[in-house]
Design a protein around this ligand. Structure first.
Ligand SMILES: *[C@@H]1O[C@H](CO)[C@@H](O)[C@H](O)[C@H]1NC(C)=O
Ligand SMILES: *[C@@H]1O[C@H](CO)[C@@H](O)[C@H](O)[C@H]1NC(C)=O
Ligand SMILES: *[C@@H]1O[C@H](CO)[C@@H](O)[C@H](O)[C@H]1NC(C)=O
Ligand SMILES: *[C@@H]1O[C@H](CO)[C@@H](O)[C@H](O)[C@H]1NC(C)=O
Ligand SMILES: *[C@@H]1O[C@H](CO)[C@@H](O)[C@H](O)[C@H]1NC(C)=O
Length: 367
């Protein structure tokens, strides 16, 4: 029913409409980089920015807060804040505690996507508070007939609910608040041809399927045209758990079949595993947050941004160095220098993760 509508929009919009590109598709190319594995499991309480060793903000800006968790906001046309794991899991389980956004045309999304475009989705449409949608795609094939809707007695927008998905080589199961709402057997997905079976990254984001620039069919699917004056529209994610059923350091496509049997697992501890077992790095955003207001003002105000960051940044880090004591001052200075460079790239917009309100252009096509 919605199939034809969506097919026209695929590629234009980002999350949760069959993805049609990836930076290196192993079915087409033989020299794709291996997928960094997760190889472990972890629970993130989104009361603080998760380690930048493990998650990246691919579009927009996502604040983290003790009470509500991560907030994903559509306020204006083009907003589609999105976060994604840097690691891949190869069969596994994700659990998200999420409060969906209201709003006509607004889509709250959780998506697994592999490099050869296998995909597993939750799509919570702001216009329809009574039904959650699940979907999957194999190898980016645009078969939209397999979406299903699941009744939610209490709706999705007033409170957090537990959206869990489990995945093995033979079956995917979707759960809402502990109740299994859908089972997909591999054999039932185009005789396994469309069964998602390659290492996945998890993306979480919000977007406006009802944006006036999108095709009629997409807006219709999303419940109508989004009226931005009714916003801002917020989706909240309190926590996420990811479990990788495989363990290892990397996953590599051994051939161009895209079958799970073709995936080679390199043994060892993953980068993610190492990151979880060492002191987390402060994100650039947190460093930014921790700067004195005067420094930030200087950065904002300066036309010659680099110079301003240089001076103000140095002043700040020198102060900190002094506090650290003479013995550590030299090391701190060296660190300050590298952080200064990082802040400069921040100001110059190289760090897409935290551009405040300067949302990256073309965000939708980025994923
Ligand atoms: C492989 O590459 C060709 C040419 O670039 C493209 O048309 C095709 O869609 C690609 N196939 C996949 C599965 O990405
Ligand atoms: C919500 O979705 C369900 C299932 O697709 C559909 O039956 C229902 O009519 C939708 N509600 C609205 C308000 O359109
Ligand atoms: C969320 O649902 C999953 C699947 O039923 C369940 O295993 C898990 O324990 C639930 N989480 C919480 C916090 O209840
Ligand atoms: C089923 O898989 C075959 C490849 O074996 C593919 O050509 C066909 O398009 C798939 N069907 C659908 C509906 O995706
Ligand atoms: C992986 O990490 C564990 C400690 O968590 C360590 O004992 C083990 O030697 C590591 N393995 C490799 C291959 O580095």
């Amino acid at each position: 029913m919605i199939s034809r509508y969506l097919a026209t929009a695929a590629g234009l919009v980002g999350l949760a409409v069959a993805q049609t590109t990836s930076s290196c598709n192993p079915l087409n190319e033989t020299d794709c980089d291996p997928n960094p594995a997760f190889g472990t499991n972890h629970y993130w309480h989104f009361n603080e920015t998760p380690s930048t060793d493990l998650w990246e903000t691919t579009v927009g800006y996502v604040p983290y807060d003790n009470d509500v968790g991560a907030t994903f906001t559509v306020e204006a046309q083009g907003d589609s804040p999105t976060i994604r794991t840097l690691f891949y899991f190869f069969f596994g389980r994700t659990e998200m505690h999420l409060k969906a956004s209201p709003g006509i045309g607004i889509v709250s999304s959780m998506m697994w996507l592999s490099d050869d475009l296998d995909e597993v989705d939750w799509e919570l449409l702001g216009y329809n508070n009574s039904y959650a949608t699940t979907n999957y795609f194999g190898k980016g094939r645009e078969d939209f007939s397999v979406a299903e809707s699941h009744y939610m007695k209490d709706g999705m927008q007033d409170d957090y609910h537990n959206y869990t998905t489990t995945w093995t080589s033979s079956m995917i199961e979707w759960y809402i608040d502990g109740d299994k709402v859908r089972t997909l057997k591999a054999d039932d997905a185009n005789s396994t041809q469309n069964y998602p079976q390659t290492p996945m990254r998890l993306s979480i984001g919000i977007w406006a399927g009802g944006d006036p620039s999108l095709p009629d069919g997409t807006r219709e699917w999303a419940g109508g045209t989004t009226d931005y004056t009714k916003g801002p529209f917020n989706m909240y994610v309190k926590s996420v758990t990811v479990e990788d059923y495989s363990s290892g350091k990397e996953y590599t496509y051994g051939d161009q079949t895209g079958t799970w049997k073709s995936i080679d697992i390199t043994a060892g501890n993953s980068t993610a595993y190492e990151a979880l077992h060492t002191t987390p790095k402060k994100s650039t955003a947190e460093k930014w947050e921790s700067l004195p207001t005067a420094t930030k003002t200087a950065v904002y105000a300066s036309g010659a941004g680099a110079a301003a960051v240089g001076l103000a940044g140095l002043a700040f880090f020198f102060l900190r160095a002094r506090r650290a004591g003479n013995a550590e001052a030299a090391a701190a200075n060296e660190k300050a220098e590298s952080e200064r460079h990082e802040l400069m790239s921040f100001k110059n917009g190289e760090d897409t993760a935290n551009q405040g309100h300067e949302y990256s252009s073309g965000g939708w096509s980025r994923l």
